[in-house]
Design a protein around this ligand. Structure first.
Ligand SMILES: *Cc1c(COP(=O)(O)O)cnc(C)c1O
Length: 376
C-alpha cells in the first residue's frame, strides 16, 4: 500500500501531467503572464460551469472575501454575521474593513452556520451574512435567503471549500453553491477541491453592477487605465495558475465524485462504531463535495485517537481547534462564550481523515480498521 497522505497533489498531477505541462508551455510561449488569454478563458469556462453571469478572478480566497465586502459599500461599524467555526479569513476581512464581526453558532450535524442563531444576532446595524459552505457541504441557503430578504441583508457565500457543490431550492431549481446569494467567493489554494499550483481565488455574481464594482476594485479602482475612481487593491489571478485551473476544471465533477465515494466508504466502514458520529451525507447527491471528511469523536477520545493515528502513520487534521471568538486576534470581551455551545463542543470532537482524489479503497479500509481497533 502507498503511504497515506492527507492530500496527494503529486498523484493528481501525475494523472494529468501531459495536459498541464502543455498548458504551461503555451503560457510560457505567449509570455502573457498577467491578464493573458488564459485568464479570460478560465473565467469564461468557470462562468459556464457555475451557470453564473460574472466570474471575477483574483489573487486568493481571502482577497475574494475582502473584495466582496468592499463592493457592497458598507460603512465602518456595520455588522456582518458569520460562523464561529470556519477558517480565519472569513473573520479577518470583516475586521480589516473596520466592520463589526458578529459570530454565531453552528448546526451540530453539518457544522454549518445555524439559521436561528443568525436571526438572534440581527440588529438594526446588520448589513450582510457570510455563510461558509464548510467542509464541502452547502449551508442551509433556503432559510438563510429567507432571513436575508426579511431583514434586507446581503449574502456573501464563502464557497472556498465547496466548489462544484449544488443546492436545491424549494422550487426544485438546482444551483451551484456560491451563486445563490448576492456574491460568492472561492479559493484555488492547492488543496482545495479545485486547486491551483499556487494561490488563486475568484468572486461570482449575477448582479451586473456588483460585478463591475468588484472588477474595478480588484484592479486599483480603475475602470479606464490610470483613472482611479475608487480606492482599490491589486488582486489578480496570474495566467500560469489560470491555465492549470482551466485543465483541472474539466475534472472537477469527477474529482468531487471520487471524494464522495471515499466518504461513503469511510462511513460504511465506521457505521455503528461506538463514540463515532460520521458526517451527514445528504441524500441530494451533489450537495456535499467532501473537501473534508470530518468525524466527531465522543467521550473525550479525540486526542488519544489522534495519537494512535500518528503512531500508525495515518495523517489527520483538526479543523478547527479553536473557535474564532477565542482567537487572540478576534477576541472581544463583550462576546459571551455561552453563545456557542455547539462550536465549543465541535472543536473538541472533530477530526478530519485523509481525503483527496487519489485515495485508494485499500487505504480507506486500513484507516477505518485502525480507528475501529482503537475505539473498540
Ligand atoms: C481556504 C479558505 C479561505 C481562504 O482562501 P485563501 O485562498 O487561502 O486565501 C477562506 N475561507 C475558507 C472557508 C477557506 O477554507
Amino acid at each position: 500500500m502507498k503511504s497515506i497522505k492527507m492530500v496527494d497533489l503529486n498523484g493528481q498531477y501525475e494523472a494529468i501531467k501531459g495536459e498541464v505541462d502543455s498548458a504551461l508551455d503555451s503560457v510560457l510561449n505567449t509570455t502573457s503572464f498577467i491578464n493573458g488569454p488564459a485568464v479570460k478563458e478560465f473565467q469564461n469556462n468557470l462562468q459556464e460551469y457555475l451557470n453564473v453571469k460574472h466570474v471575477i478572478p483574483c489573487a486568493n480566497g481571502t482577497d475574494a472575501l475582502q473584495l466582496a465586502l468592499m463592493s457592497l459599500n458598507l460603512s465602518p461599524g456595520d455588522e456582518i454575521i458569520t460562523s464561529n467555526f470556519t477558517f480565519a479569513s472569513t473573520a479577518e476581512v470583516v475586521l480589516l474593513m473596520g466592520l463589526k464581526l458578529k459570530l454565531v453558532d453552528i448546526n451540530e450535524e453539518t457544522f454549518n452556520i445555524d439559521p436561528s442563531s443568525i436571526e438572534n444576532a440581527i440588529t438594526s446595524k446588520t448589513k450582510a451574512i457570510i455563510p461558509v459552505h464548510l467542509f464541502g457541504q452547502s449551508a442551509e441557503m433556503g432559510k438563510i435567503t429567507k432571513i436575508a430578504k426579511q431583514h434586507k441583508l446581503q449574502i456573501i457565500e464563502d464557497n472556498a471549500q465547496a466548489l462544484g457543490a449544488t443546492y436545491t431550492l424549494k422550487n426544485g431549481e438546482m444551483k451551484k453553491t456560491g451563486t445563490i446569494g448576492d456574491i460568492g467567493t472561492t479559493s484555488f489554494f492547492p488543496s482545495k477541491n479545485l486547486g491551483a499550483y499556487g494561490d488563486g481565488g475568484a468572486i461570482f455574481t449575477n448582479n451586473d453592477s456588483l460585478a463591475k464594482n468588484t472588477r474595478i476594485l480588484a484592479n486599483h479602482g480603475m475602470d479606464k487605465r490610470y483613472y482611479h475612481d475608487l480606492v482599490g487593491v491589486n488582486s489578480r489571478l496570474d495566467s500560469v495558475q489560470a491555465a492549470i485551473l482551466d485543465v483541472k476544471l474539466k475534472y472537477l465533477d469527477n474529482y468531487n465524485e471520487r471524494r464522495r465515494n471515499s466518504a461513503l466508504r469511510y462511513s460504511n466502514n465506521l457505521k455503528g462504531i461506538n463514540n463515532i458520529i460520521t458526517p451527514n451525507i445528504p441524500s441530494d447527491s451533489q450537495s456535499h463535495v467532501f473537501h473534508q471528511y470530518t468525524l466527531r469523536i465522543l467521550d473525550s477520545k479525540r486526542d488519544s485517537l489522534a495519537e494512535y493515528l500518528t503512531k500508525n502513520s495515518i495523517p489527520f487534521g483538526i479543523y478547527y481547534p479553536v473557535p474564532l471568538h477565542k482567537q487572540k486576534a478576534y477576541y472581544s470581551p463583550e462576546v459571551d462564550n455561552n453563545f456557542f455551545p455547539v462550536t465549543n463542543k465541535a472543536v473538541k470532537e472533530v477530526i478530519s481523515l485523509p481525503m483527496h482524489t487519489e485515495l485508494s479503497i485499500e487505504q480507506i479500509d486500513f484507516i477505518s480498521e485502525k480507528i475501529i481497533e482503537f475505539l473498540n
